[in-house]
Each structure stands twice: as C-alpha cells, then as structure tokens.
Design a protein around this ligand. Structure first.
Ligand code: ASP
Length: 405
C-alpha cells in the first residue's frame, strides 16, 4: 500500500491556516501560545540558523570551484548586484508613489508624546563597507555575519581555482561537505509545517486583529505595493529575462513565501528558497551565490516599507516631502536595504537612517512600531521572492551566454 505524500507547499499552507485559526482562538489567553508553542518555533528557526552559515560557506565555495573561472564569477556577481540595485530602487519608488496617492486617507496620529531611542541609527555607508570584510576567520560564523561569510567563501574559492590552474587538484571533499550540509538542511526543512505553525500562531495570538486598528490603511497601502511590485517587476523579469512563466514562478515559490511570511526572516528562509529556486530552474552554482547574497543585501519589501512609512510619518508631522527629498529617500532606502540584516525587525531600525536623510524626526518610528511585525511578514515575502527572481534571471542569462560561445 503506497500512500501519496502531500506536497510540502500544501502541508505548509495547511499549517499556516491552522496557525491563524489557533492564534485567533488563543487571543484571550496568548500566554498559552507564547509559553508552549513559540519555543518549538524558536527551536526550528535556531536549527535553520545553525545550518545556514556552513551551508552558505560550502555551497559558495563548491559553486565557485565548479565555475572554474574567476571572470565568470565576476560576471554573475556584477549582474546580480545590478539587478538587486535596480529592483530595490524601483521598489522604493512604488512605495513613495502609492503612499502619496493614498496620503489623504492616512490617519494623522498625534506626535506630541513620542519617545523612540534613536541610538541604533547612525549607519554610515563607509562603516557598512568596512564591515563586509572579516578580520578574523571564525568571527563571521560566530556572529552569523552572512556578508563576511560570502567574502571569505569567495576568497578561498578563488584561491582554489588558482591552485587548480597550476596543478589539477581534487576538491571532492568540499563537494562532499556541501552535500552533507544540504542533507542536514533537508532533514530540518521536513519540519517546516510544524515550524510555520509554531512561529505564526503566537504572533496572531499576541497581537490579535485589533492591532490593525488605526494603521489598517497604511498597512493596506504597504501590502498593495508589495503585491504590485511582485506582480509587475518579478513577473516581468522572470517571464522576459528568465524564460519562466510567472504563474509557474509564484506557484513554485509558495513554500518559501509562506515560510518567509511566518518567520519574517530572509536568512531563516534561505535554505527553503534555495530548494524552491533550484526546482524552478535556477542553476545550482548561481543559486548558491545569488541567494545568500540576496538574503543579506536585497530587500525590496523593506525598501517599499521605508518609502510608505516615510510619507506616513511625514504627514503625521504635517510635513510635505519635496521631490528632491523623495529622490534622497530612493537613494538612502536602496542603501539602507543593503545594510538591513535578514532577520525580523531589522528594516524598522534602518528606517531611522532613511528618515534622518531627509530631516524627518526619527521618533516618528514609534508611530509604526506597533504593527511592524505585520509589515515585516509581508516585506520578507517580497525580499526573498526578489532574490529568487534574480537567481532565475541570472541563470537564464548565463545559459544564453554559454550557448553563444
Ligand atoms: N525581516 C526582513 C527580512 O528578513 C528584514 C526587515 O526587517 O525588513 O528580510
């Protein structure tokens, strides 16, 4: 008797629905969800965080070695960064345009007794640049600093290619360790439905539907922009540049999108994103490099959120943003999204940098802080979908380039 196994996406979807129902049912006693359910979500996320560093390190090294050509890595890297920058700038622009269109219906909240600690706000571009390069071999792993891990993997990968040019070496061990990490990741991902349930249920139980309250319209505009950006930008990119129908793309991405929605963490969704993107036709060598990089530097959803919130906060303070201020927001939000870590709530901290760039009061963040998690779930979905669309587009471009040779 062979029982047909339910697809992972269906399992995750069912878990998501049950989590919402259970969360709503537990709104009167949220401590039950936080005490007994949340810890299992934390265990699941911890295991993913544990495997993600070695996974990224070895998969990038294995990818670089398999390319056997530093120039090829450079071409892929260049295309990836250009794609990420352009889509992010587009995302903030969409956020700003729609927030301005809907500004009239936004509530005007009182700004008199706002208190927000603007301590973590001075993020300077040069500091971010210096922070990309590790000064200690182990520290990037201890701190789970993804950008530094990527840099380390690239340098060692390049060194291996160079040695290989001089004498044929056998780097089988790297591939074996990479396969082991992948297998361990697969084992952890089997528990995704349970993880999704345990992560989402306490959020719903703790916040309940009333959290939407007066900010429902701002949230609506945020989610509208997320949807428009995904449908317009990613659909167009994957169907024209990536030779993949947009329906297939979104269908294939569903498990990762649901995981992103529940965990609000791009890094936590990375293993599932790699799996989904490869199933959709992204090359292994491209996905293993483009996706970890994207989980760290490409945050289109976060950029949209920063655009929408800047306009909302400005209007609460009775300030009308000028066109040049909006351009500054496009620029700083694009840079801020590079510096945003792929963990829950990071985008809100970076909003401070965007507000400061146009002289808006940083305390304004307190106006949106209460619903940040709801914004965050949506923006993380957009963030990881953007990464995957890039992996698919760059893979297709690479295939075309190679077939021409
Ligand atoms: N939670 C988001 C992510 O992991 C980052 C953010 O807070 O905007 O992609």
């Amino acid at each position: 008797m062979t029982k047909k196994k339910m697809a992972l996406s269906t399992q995750i979807f069912i878990a998501l629905i049950i989590a919402i129902i259970a969360g709503v049912a537990l709104t009167a006693r949220p401590e039950i969800a936080t005490t007994y359910i949340k810890p299992f979500g934390t265990i699941f996320l911890n295991l993913i965080k544990w495997i993600v560093c070695p996974l990224v390190f070895f998969s990038i090294m294995a990818g670089v070695i398999s390319m056997r050509d530093i120039k090829k890595v450079g071409v892929i890297g260049g295309r990836t960064v250009v794609y990420y920058m352009c889509t992010t700038a587009f995302a903030v622009a969409i956020g700003l345009i729609f927030a301005n269109l809907f500004k009239g219906v936004f509530p005007v909240l009182s700004t008199t007794d706002l208190s927000f600690e603007p301590s973590a706000t001075s993020v300077n571009f040069m500091d971010t640049l210096v922070g990309i390069f590790p000064s200690n071999f182990l520290q990037p792993f201890v701190e789970a600093n993804m950008l530094q891990i990527i840099v380390a993997a690239l340098i060692i990968g390049f060194a291996m290619i160079m040695i290989n040019e001089r004498q044929e070496m056998d780097f089988k061990a790297i591939n074996t360790v990479n396969d082991i990490c992948m297998k361990a990741m697969e084992m952890i991902l089997k528990f995704s439905p349970v993880g999704v349930f345990c992560l989402l249920c306490p959020v719903v139980a703790e916040n309940g539907p009333q959290i939407l309250g007066s900010l429902a319209k701002v949230l609506f505009v945020g989610y509208l922009c997320y949807t428009i950006h995904a449908i317009v930008v990613y659909s167009t990119a994957v169907s024209t540049l990536g030779n993949l129908s947009s329906i297939k793309f979104f269908k294939g991405m569903l498990p990762a999108m649901m995981m992103a929605f529940s965990s609000a963490s791009s890094v936590g969704t990375l293993p599932l994103n790699i799996e989904c993107s490869e199933k959709l036709g992204a090359d292994k060598e491209v996905a293993s490099f483009v996706l970890p990089l994207g989980a760290t530097i490409n945050m289109d959803g976060t950029a949209i959120y920063q655009g929408v919130c800047s306009v909302f906060i400005a209007s609460c303070f009775g300030i009308d943003l000028t066109f040049s201020q909006m351009l500054t927001i496009v620029l700083t939000a694009t840079l801020a999204s590079i510096g945003t870590a792929g963990v829950p709530g990071a985008g809100m901290v970076m909003l401070a940098m965007v507000l400061q760039s146009v002289g808006l009061p940083v305390e304004g963040i307190a106006l949106v802080a209460g619903v940040d998690r709801i914004f965050d779930m949506g923006r993380t979905v957009v963030n990881i979908t953007g990464d995957s669309s890039c992996a698919i587009v760059v893979s297709a471009m690479q295939r075309r380039r190679e077939s021409k040779k």
